[in-house]
Design a protein around this ligand. Structure first.
Ligand SMILES: Nc1ncnc2c1ncn2[C@@H]1O[C@H](COP(=O)(O)OP(=O)(O)OP(=O)(O)O)[C@@H](O)[C@H]1O
Ligand SMILES: [Mg+2]
Length: 380
């Protein structure tokens, strides 16, 4: 070669980029199905090995044929319609889900169809690239079914718990009513011991009525249709505190309600949430000669962060996670009465609004409950 001879510009590229083998190697090893049809009659001109494995068709069998020669008419008609659209519009068409007939039944594909222009600028070929999404789609369907089944049995269980709780109220009313009647009407015939026993029966029936009411509320909070309104949690907290003071006027409790406490959600459920949190703050601080209860709100991004704090009996933070499960209590009933349902109800209200709740405390050092709620509201 003479030194003056002009150099071939392609010679500067690595030989692999110049060879058709490069493209062939990509097509042959790609784990996606790739096919090419000519644009006139939509006859296959190419199918890569991944496409052969997927469909079970041999490339020699398929070349020169149309979809109607190969697939059942419904599938062929679907392919034809998308092919025509791709060629007419001259743009890439994305088909998120389509079915193809294979040697072992129908499979789901996510396909892109690409018009390939010829020398005159008009599409002369149609390129298709397909990903087999059958397994992912089946897994999604399975998960959705399992979720629906779980929700269904949860709903049944809830309905069962609700009706049992509800039906227990009538016999309990009888027990409480008749033991009271006995105490009043047979007073002169009852021994002191008999009266004491009856008084205990009555007190137990009343406690059980209280427990059932709490369980019914927990159930209602989970089932109720959510209303959507602008809610001022500060105004609700003040009302509840006034009620607590009125019911227990001998207590000395300093209360603070301040900050941004506006949120979107169900006013009734938020009242139930605050009543349970403030009932607890009031109850567990009852051994203080002067107690402090604080309700505060701040906005952090699109969330309202609400805290309810008291300086009462507190608890070990390490055990805080358990408090939100029904019937879990960290204090004995003789120390502080209660059923252990209140915080389970709080958590349910919060979750239904797309929020979360956590607790912190220290033994004899008070407790703080923190609720994060989306300000714009979110429902389930
Ligand atoms: N402010 C608080 N200070 C200290 N402990 C608390 C506080 N709030 C809740 N706890 C602990 O968490 C437990 C669960 O609270 P929860 O409100 O669910 O039940 P409860 O108050 O015992 O009964 P009830 O169902 O009547 O509300 C309580 O038994 C108590 O041990
Ligand atoms: Mg409580």
């Amino acid at each position: 070669m003479s030194v003056d001879e002009p150099a071939d510009p392609r010679a500067t590229q690595p030989p692999i980029a110049r060879s058709g083998e490069f493209l062939e190697a990509i097509l042959d090893n790609l784990p996606l199905m790739v096919f090419v049809k000519e644009a006139e009659e939509l006859r296959y001109v190419r199918l890569n090995p991944a496409g052969q494995r997927l469909t079970g068709l041999d490339r020699r069998e398929i070349v020169g044929k149309t979809d109607f020669d190969i697939f059942p008419p419904d599938i062929a008609a679907f392919f034809r319609e998308k092919d025509r659209r791709t060629l007419e519009e001259g743009t890439v068409v994305d088909i998120p889900e389509e079915q193809v007939q294979t040697h072992d039944g129908r499979r789901w594909l996510h396909t892109l169809k690409v018009p390939i222009p010829g020398p005159d600028g008009r599409p002369s070929y149609l390129l298709g690239i397909s990903l087999d999404i059958t397994e992912t789609r089946n897994a999604q369907t399975e998960t959705r079914r399992a979720k629906e089944a779980a929700e269904g049995s949860n709903r049944e269980l809830e309905a069962f718990a609700y009706s049992v709780s509800h039906d227990l109220r009538a016999p309990l009313r009888s027990i409480a009513g008749f033991s009271q009647a006995l105490l009043e009407d047979e007073d002169d015939r009852l021994s002191d011991r008999g009266k004491d026993y009856l008084a205990r029966v009555r007190a137990a029936a009343q406690r059980m009525t209280g427990l059932i009411d709490d369980l019914l509320e927990l159930s209602r909070v989970g089932r109720a249709e959510l209303r959507h309104a602008h809610v001022d949690l500060g105004a609700i907290a003040r009302e509840i505190i006034d009620e607590l003071r009125a019911a227990d006027p001998s207590r000395d409790v300093v209360t603070v309600v301040e900050g941004d406490l506006l949120v979107h959600g169900d006013p009734t459920l938020f009242t139930v949430m605050l009543r349970n949190l403030l009932d607890n703050a009031w109850k567990y601080s009852s051994k203080r000669s002067r107690a402090h209860i604080e309700v505060r709100g701040t906005r952090v991004a699109d969330q309202l962060v609400l805290t309810v704090h008291d300086d009462g009996a507190g608890f070990d933070t390490a055990l805080a996670g358990r408090l939100f499960s029904p019937f879990h209590r960290l204090h004995s009933a003789t120390e502080f009465p209660g059923d252990g349902i209140g915080l389970a109800t709080v958590r349910r209200v919060v979750h239904r609004h797309g929020g979360r709740v956590s607790a912190e405390g220290s033994p004899d050092g008070g407790a703080t409950f923190t609720v994060h709620l989306p300000i714009a509201g979110s429902s389930s």
